[in-house]
Design a binder for this molecule. Structure first.
Ligand SMILES: NC(=O)c1ccc[n+]([C@@H]2O[C@H](COP(=O)([O-])OP(=O)(O)OC[C@H]3O[C@@H](n4cnc5c(N)ncnc54)[C@H](O)[C@@H]3O)[C@@H](O)[C@H]2O)c1
Length: 332
């Protein structure tokens, strides 16, 4: 294993990035590796990154390597190990006179960004680069990026870890279990209100959720809507989308990929379907994942789903298919 890692972060002057970037170099996320950072922003705000770099320098991070910033993604992508694609236009802001609330608007505005970034990652990123798309609509942005990159050895993911952590929190409160003992919370499908957080296969203090939570009314009326609508609830309250929790989730995804998954465990992210669990090939779909000792990340394939779960999952698969249809002009 290399003792240095190069990480590219887009949207580096944004809210999530402000919480995320310092913790990439704090010696926790990448262990004792030296972390080189390349921070990317759009030309209008790239100069703000000078201040962020000053703060990083002033923070005493012994594991921090070279830190650069640019508005040129192509240049930034050179030889990078990790790409955290946070930059995009979030829901809830006013863009060209219109409040952006619909996924269809987000798809249109953000889709184009990921064609160019994907091409650069395919051309310049490391062959085994890992790419985590955070910017929404994350699954379909990742689909566009992966397609444009055209390099199968690179791993494209869309972030569902935040949904998984939110669902763990709700389960922990319901059952009075410490959150550290709530494990394997799978998010099936899209990072959107159609996602299906798997209440049956979650491990609560070592026991399957389906054996602990015998309350389908609570699942349907409280658990699912709370988790599915949590992003909107935060926006409604803060007037801005989740930032510190999204940053933590991105870090948790990196940590899950950088370390071998313990026997019986899994973590959540969306990756390209190879037909696993009946999902049409190529869709970037939320799955349970495991990291093997050689560093590769695979879909965990031995999860059984009830008819209830399959029905809920199908709604999200259908949405992913319709999003793919909506951006097909951006796919090669
Ligand atoms: N997957 C998840 O769980 C999850 C959770 C929360 C937020 N999000 C999404 O993350 C994204 C970022 O959220 P935020 O709160 O940090 O937003 P923000 O508006 O504070 O920051 C976004 C930044 O991205 C920059 N940007 C836009 N286009 C860019 C490009 N082409 N290259 C580089 N930078 C670019 C903007 O200039 C801005 O500074 C949003 O799309 C939001 O919806 C995802």
């Amino acid at each position: 294993m290399s003792s240095r890692v190069k990480v590219v972060v887009t949207g580096a002057a944004g809210q999530i990035a402000y919480s995320l970037i310092p913790r990439l170099v704090d010696g926790n996320t990448f262990g004792d590796k030296i972390v080189d950072l390349c921070l990317v922003e759009i030309p209008q705000v790239v100069s703000k990154l000078e201040g962020l770099v000053m703060e990083l320098e002033d923070s005493y991070f012994p594991n921090m390597g070279e830190v650069t910033y640019t508005d040129n993604f192509e240049e930034a992508s050179n030889n990078a190990d990790w790409f955290l694609l946070v930059g995009s236009i979030p829901r809830g802001i006013v863009y060209e006179g219109k409040k952006i609330e619909e996924r269809s608007d987000l798809l249109k505005i953000n889709g184009g960004i990921f064609v160019k970034q994907g091409e650069a990652i395919g051309k310049n990123g490391k062959n085994d680069a890992k790419i985590l798309v955070v910017g929404n609509p994350a699954n379909t942005n990742a689909l566009i990026g992966k397609n444009s990159a055209g390099k199968e050895s690179q791993l494209w993911m869309a972030m569902t870890m935040l949904d998984s952590s939110r669902a763990k929190s709700v389960i922990s409160k319901k059952t009075g279990t410490n959150i550290k003992d709530v494990k394997n919370m799978i998010i099936w499908g899209n990072h959107s209100p159609t996602m299906y957080p798997d209440v049956e296969n979650v491990l609560i203090d070592g026991e399957l959720g389906k054996d602990v939570i015998d309350d389908m009314k609570w699942v349907e009326d409280h658990f699912l809507p709370t988790v599915q609508q949590r992003g909107k609830a935060v926006i409604d309250s803060r007037g801005a989308s989740s930032a510190t929790s999204a940053a933590k989730a991105a870090l948790d995804t990196i940590i899950a990929c950088e370390n071998t998954t313990k026997e019986g465990n899994s973590f959540s992210a969306a990756v390209a379907s190879d037909g696993a669990y009946g999902v049409p090939e190529g869709l970037i779909c939320g799955y349970p994942l495991i990291t093997l000792s050689d560093g590769s990340v695979e879909i965990k394939r031995d999860i059984s789903m009830s008819e209830f779960a399959k029905k809920k999952f199908q709604i999200s698969i259908d949405e992913l298919e319709s999003e793919r249809e909506a951006v097909k002009h951006l796919l090669k």
